[in-house]
Design a protein around this ligand. Structure first.
Ligand code: KIV
Ligand code: ZN
Length: 519
């Protein structure tokens, strides 16, 4: 059977989603999970975009040995140099160079003539081939480009050394039959296309990313690109887990195979959702909470008689009912470690010990600890290092008084500080007190709260998105108490901004020292 390669871009196109701001160790956790999920290539980031991004790509390239690691680069030497610096230790490094080819992008964004774009693309691919033997080249906005121009530029970049040609539907504009038509056209009009792999990359602006990707597979592409849970710019990218399951359930129709381990689907979906703070809608195909819930009487009756009446995907297939171990207050460190392994988490010993004591504390407040609770704990406890930490939090609320918060925190430099502030509600007073304490201009862009499980002892999980100075960042907090969970989420957002600034400052010197920024 024909094998289609899976190129995951959760850590690059996915991380470009508004407000997503992952720490290095969170990116690594996702990278390990992607390796276990069986993707063939993972795009770890865009090294030239910031020193923190450079550092993350470099670390992932070093750690991940069984999957090809890719880095994005514009068609400029400086980006290619930085991509090489970041990727050179990877077991199979790939550079992903892109330039726009549609008339609107060339004229208004690049302000280049088509011939200049061709020249630039060829020059950058040639330059990259000094370092890389694995070169993916993307025609940004390919689906709104002129087909004959696309065929011409692709022919030339293949001659210059590209090994994979990607046809992105950058703005999610194309329709399945049209995309198939474009791929067929390129097969007929690019004489050297047989020498390279052809790839599809679809966005979901019209809700067609998965359909377009599946159509591309039917028209013979060798590689498809997407993200976990379909996260990404605007409406997002094609959902890899939906594609993986569709290819499995309808193998009779597609006649292709992938290296994806479908039984890891739910696990990786939950991990990405928790770490990015992007919730999965309950009705989302394959991974939504209701994807296996049969509500109507007729459906329930059918499923009880024979599950196949209404169930085309079994929960086991995607790893939903593989939760063998239920933890509680009698569970010891052995069971806890087993659970972490079962969830596919790869943690350092010191992190496991820290998590275990947080777990023990939780068992005093909650009877049954579910997988979602453990994931929430992992996310919550994932950011060690210098940061703002709570010493105390006191919130006064009454229906006839002004909500007031007093907080005491230790700063990253070890200094103790306290502040108080009021607000129109308790949450706002907490937020104002933290902003005052850290002495930053903070604009709250989003605040969301949900329970990790059902039941009155459930944990509250708070997600915030905030603009701190010029940086948009997110934060998460988990606690039995909704106000404390909110305070933790605000503090986490502040800590992320603090860490990012620190890394950018430290690394911009390192990268500049190596002379790879100044070109
Ligand atoms: O959607 C797109 O065009 C991209 C390119 C960078 C490949 O993500
Ligand atoms: Zn994209």
């Amino acid at each position: 059977m024909r094998r289609v390669e899976i190129f995951d871009t959760t850590l690059r196109d996915g991380e470009q989603s508004a407000g997503v701001n992952l720490h290095l160790h969170e990116k690594l956790e996702i990278a390990y999970a992607l390796e276990q999920y069986g993707v063939d290539i993972m795009e770890a980031g865009f090294p030239a975009s910031s020193p923190a991004e450079f550092q993350a790509v470099k670390r992932i390239a070093k750690e991940i040995r069984n999957v090809s690691v890719a880095g994005l680069a514009r068609s400029v030497e400086k980006d290619i140099d930085q991509a090489w610096e970041a990727l050179k230790e990877a077991s199979n490094p790939r550079i992903h160079i892109f330039i726009a080819t549609s008339p609107i992008h060339m004229e208004y964004k690049l302000r280049m003539k088509p011939e200049e774009v061709v020249e630039n693309a060829v020059r950058s691919v040639r330059y990259a081939s000094r370092f890389f033997s694995n070169i993916e080249w993307s025609a940004e906005d390919a689906t709104r480009s002129e087909w004959d121009f696309l065929a011409k530029i692709i022919t030339q970049v293949i001659d210059a050394g590209a090994t994979v040609i990607n046809i992105p539907d950058t703005v999610g504009y194309t329709q399945p039959q049209e995309y198939v038509g474009l791929i067929q056209y390129l097969k007929e009009h690019v004489p050297n296309l047989y020498r390279v792999k052809l790839s599809a990359h679809c966005h979901d602006d019209l809700g067609l990313a998965v359909a377009n990707t599946l159509a591309a597979i039917q028209s013979g592409v060798d590689q498809i690109e997407g993200t976990i849970n379909g996260i990404g710019e605007r409406a997002g990218n094609a959902s890899l887990e939906e594609i993986g399951v569709a290819l499995k359930v309808r193998q009779d129709h597609y006649q292709v195979e992938t290296g994806l381990r479908i039984d890891q689907t739910i696990r990786i979906s939950k991990l990405v959702s928790k770490l990015t703070g992007m919730p999965v809608p309950p009705n989302k195909a394959v991974v939504g909470a209701n994807a296996f819930a049969h509500e109507s009487g007729i459906h329930q009756d059918g499923v009880l008689k024979n599950t196949l009446t209404y169930e085309i995907i079994s929960p086991e297939m995607v790893g939903l009912s593989s939760n063998k171990l239920v933890l509680g207050k009698h569970s010891g460190s052995h069971a806890f470690r087993e659970k972490l392994t079962e969830l596919g988490l790869k943690l350092k010993e010191e992190d496991i010990l820290r998590l275990f004591s947080a777990f023990k504390e939780l068992t005093g407040k909650k009877k049954e600890i579910t997988d979602d609770d453990i994931l929430a704990l992992v996310v919550e406890n994932a950011n060690p290092g210098q940061k703002y930490e709570f010493n105390f939090l006191q919130v006064s609320y009454g229906s006839n008084m002004i909500p007031t918060t007093t907080i005491g925190m230790t700063t990253p430099l070890g200094e103790f500080k306290q502040e108080s502030a009021t607000g129109k509600g308790s949450v706002e007073s907490i937020f104002n007190a933290i902003a005052k304490l850290v002495d930053e201009k903070i604009e709250l862009l989003d605040y969301r709260i949900q329970s990790t499980t059902g039941g009155e002892d459930s944990l509250a999980e708070v997600y915030v998105k905030a603009k701190i100075g010029s940086m948009t960042t997110s934060g998460r907090g988990v606690d039995n108490d909704v106000l404390y969970a909110s305070a933790k989420a605000f503090a986490d957002a502040v800590n992320r901004a603090y860490m990012k600034r620190k890394i950018d400052e430290e690394n911009s010197e390192t990268v500049q020292d190596k002379g790879v920024i100044a070109h």
